[in-house]
Design a protein around this ligand. Structure first.
Ligand code: CAA
Length: 695
């Protein structure tokens, strides 16, 4: 065996040379890996070997470029040199794929003459999720092999295609049994030699491109069909342009030049910087300084949920989807039946769209069991309370749970902002109490705020973090404070949105500015969608707020055909003259003159106080790091990922600019804008939010 370098070896298996990469965790294409590949192929080609297999050790084939190297000076062999050497090898090169062949990893594999994979392998070009495009020929080779439509879909979604689908697309030539990748790839290599198989260069195959030439409607239709999904993002459009170039260029190199140019623009631009930051933010959020990765987790094989309402039902679906049996407890049969019917309806709708088979729906429903008896939760490993958001009701539930549940069971509350220490105080086991704050709709939204109370045990935190991953959530550990991280910051934005409207901005002005910033919708459109009457009590309403007046007029949002906006029969929103009059009457009544509020002011008034609140949250230790706050906002509140998150955005603007604006607003409008001490301190020290570490 020859050691090529610290991450690469070259061995002979009879007359087949095997180049093995071992660069944990994901064999990313660092300078060292590129050097190893370059030298390994050079030696293998010069050897007596008749064929060459490229394989990886560890959990995966090459998972892409090393993202940590982006932005630095190029060191070591270039990826293009490696690819050219592979493609031009006089001996068949076979890539042996397990785990994930992603981005640059797939681009390397596409320069092999053949690819074999195990059934569990997945292949994709996920660069779009980093605000990029595949910059090593992937945009030119994928459409050549998989066809234009498939390439567009894969590159703009970043989806990882399973091996079976990759085989159908021609991305993989043979699937070999699980656990026998090396033997399978070597056997394939021998067969290639014995049968004198051609040295296939994907770059030379133009058949599928020619089929698309002269059909610009393919691209126009694709753009149109996905306009909503791509809104605000640069990378999907740039990916499409590269495939267009592949189709319209005379030669591979011409398309490659377009790819190189557009890749250069993206990688130096702000969107990719934000999306790459976010990639690491999400992974960083899983690390809890005083709860090491090897903290033993408690087994969670059964779950109880109290409350079959919208939240309880949605939460139950998460566990059923992951194969964990759930018992939902309600007080009344009618409410239980209604809750179970809603769950079934949700599953049936997904099945009708092709998401599940009817059999999968039945399997999932089979894991959800309804009960009117809380005593049935005695043997459950985890119980999540999802009852009405009132402290007395929650305390009552926890008192009962404390009496019923087995020792060691985790008792969780889904409160969206109540004091969990107070809830835990009614039990004799506060160490087992934690907050699991799901976001509505709970079966869809990715975010899970895991709320650590004063006495929560470390293994309860470790178990919750692990479980979140198992049910497909992105967890962020936060501390107890009103509204936790997400809703606490949201309250700032909501307050300013309401104030802006009383100063002369119309709800649709505020919504438009936030929509253009990249949110899926503004706060008023959101209220109309959710229903203006949530928390509104008819008997107590005295027309004191705009919302009161709207509700009193039965303008309760989309469901009544009118709210802040007027809606047509297809629920398309139109600015409402009725709302405008109500607002103007309010302004007159308050003795003020409406003024023209600029779009800049709307944005700054809505966003800067959120950043300021984020600074307080950090300072109080309610979030571990500023990037955790960003993960909350991107996953739970639709903050556009191409702007990184509110704290990243604050850092990009410069904390000094945020502070100056807050001071300016404070002088004009009072202490809603009082700068957070941490913001002042960071500015005084010339630091950013990302630099903040609690002592
Ligand atoms: N570069 C550097 N580090 C990477 C990496 C990459 N491409 N991919 C993953 N890592 C790191 C993660 O940060 C993480 O590090 P820590 O343990 O220190 O947090 C570690 O590898 C494990 O990653 P995950 O926790 O994500 O592990 P997983 O098993 O859940 O997922 C994965 C594995 C599917 C490969 C996932 O990590 C992933 O999607 N990686 C990114 C893949 C990608 O985007 N590739 C394209 C890169 S851009 C490119 O290739 C451009 C080009 O055209 C040349």
């Amino acid at each position: 065996m020859a050691e090529i370098n610290s991450v690469t070896t070259l061995t002979m298996d009879g007359d087949v040379a095997v180049i093995t990469l071992n660069s944990p965790p994901v064999n990313a294409l660092s300078a060292n890996v590129r050097d190893g590949l370059y030298e390994g192929f050079k030696q293998a080609i010069a050897s007596d070997a008749k064929a060459i297999v490229l394989i990886c050790e560890g959990r995966t084939f090459i998972a892409g470029a090393d993202i940590t190297e982006f932005g630095g000076a190029q060191r070591g062999a270039s990826l293009f040199d490696v690819q050219n050497m592979m493609e031009n090898s006089s001996k068949p090169v076979i890539a042996a794929i397990h785990g994930t062949a992603l981005g640059g990893g797939l681009e390397v594999a596409l320069c092999a003459h053949y690819r074999v994979a195990v059934p569990s392998a997945r292949l994709g070009l996920p660069e779009v999720n980093l605000g990029l495009l595949p910059g090593a020929g992937g945009t030119q080779r994928l459409p050549r092999i998989a066809g234009v439509e498939k390439a567009l879909e894969m590159m703009t979604s970043g989806r990882h295609a399973p091996a079976k689908e990759a085989l159908e697309m021609g991305l993989v030539d043979e699937i070999v049994p699980e656990g026998q990748l090396r033997e399978g790839a070597v056997a394939f290599a021998r067969k290639a030699v014995a049968e004198n198989k051609p040295l296939v260069k994907v770059r030379e195959n133009n058949t599928k491109l020619e089929a698309a030439r002269g059909h610009p409607e393919i691209f126009a239709n694709f753009r149109k069909a996905n306009a909503r999904r791509f809104r605000g993002f640069l990378a999907p459009e740039y990916n499409i342009r590269c495939v267009e170039a592949a189709v319209n260029s005379g030669a591979f190199e011409e398309g490659l030049a377009v790819e190189r140019k557009l890749f250069g623009e993206l990688i130096t631009g702000p969107q990719s910087a934000a999306q790459r930051y976010y990639f690491f933010a999400e992974r960083q959020a899983q690390k809890i300084p005083d709860v090491p990765d090897d903290t033993p987790a408690r087994p969670v094989k059964s779950v109880g949920i109290i409350g079959a309402g919208t939240m309880g039902g949605g939460i139950a679906m998460n566990f059923a989807n992951a194969g964990i049996p759930v018992t939902i407890v309600e007080v009344k049969q009618e409410a239980l039946d209604r809750g179970l019917k809603v769950i079934r309806g949700n599953y049936d709708r997904t099945a009708a769209r092709g998401g599940f088979t009817p059999q999968q729906v039945d399997e999932r429903m089979g894991l959800i069991n309804g009960s009117l008896d809380m005593n049935g939760l005695a043997d459950k490993d985890l119980i999540i309370e999802a009852v009405f958001e009132r402290m007395d009701i929650k305390k009552d539930v926890f008192t009962k749970l404390d009496a019923i549940c087995k020792p060691g069971a985790i008792l969780a509350t889904n409160t969206s902002g109540l004091n969990i220490d107070e809830i835990a105080s009614v039990t004799k086991r506060p160490q087992d109490v934690i907050g699991l704050h799901f976001f509505s709709p709970a079966n869809v939204m990715k975010l899970l705020e895991i709320v650590r109370a004063d006495h929560t045990a470390k293994d309860v935190i470790a178990t919750s973090m692990k479980l979140a991953k198992q049910i497909g959530k992105i967890a962020v550990l936060v501390g107890v404070c009103p509204g936790f991280v997400g809703n606490r910051m949201l309250a700032q934005r909501q307050r300013e949105a309401q104030k802006l409207v009383l100063e002369g901005a119309m709800p649709w002005d505020v919504d438009r500015v936030l929509y253009d910033f990249g949110f899926p919708m503004g706060p008023f459109a959101m209220s109309d969608l959710a229903g203006l009457d949530i928390g509104w009590v008819k008997e107590k309403s005295k027309g004191e707020t705009i919302r009161d007046v709207l509700c009193e007029m039965d303008r309760r949002g989309q469901k009544t055909g009118a709210g802040y906006y007027d809606y047509d029969e297809n629920r398309n929103a139109k600015p409402s003259p009725v709302t405008e009059k109500i607002i103007n009457d309010f302004i007159v009544k308050s003795g003020r003159n409406p003024r023209k509020v600029s779009d800049d002011e709307i944005l700054e008034r809505c966003i800067y106080p959120m950043i300021n609140e984020g600074a307080k949250i950090l300072d109080e230790g309610k979030a571990i790091r500023s990037s955790d706050i960003d993960v909350v906002w991107v996953n739970g509140y639709g903050w556009p990922v191409y702007r990184g998150g509110p704290m990243f955005y604050g850092d990009q603007l410069g904390p000094d600019k945020v502070l100056a604006k807050m001071q300016d607003f404070q002088a004009k409008m009072g202490d809603d804008f009082k700068p957070a001490p941490l913001l002042e301190k960071l500015v005084a020290d010339g630091k950013k939010f990302a630099d903040f570490k609690r002592q």
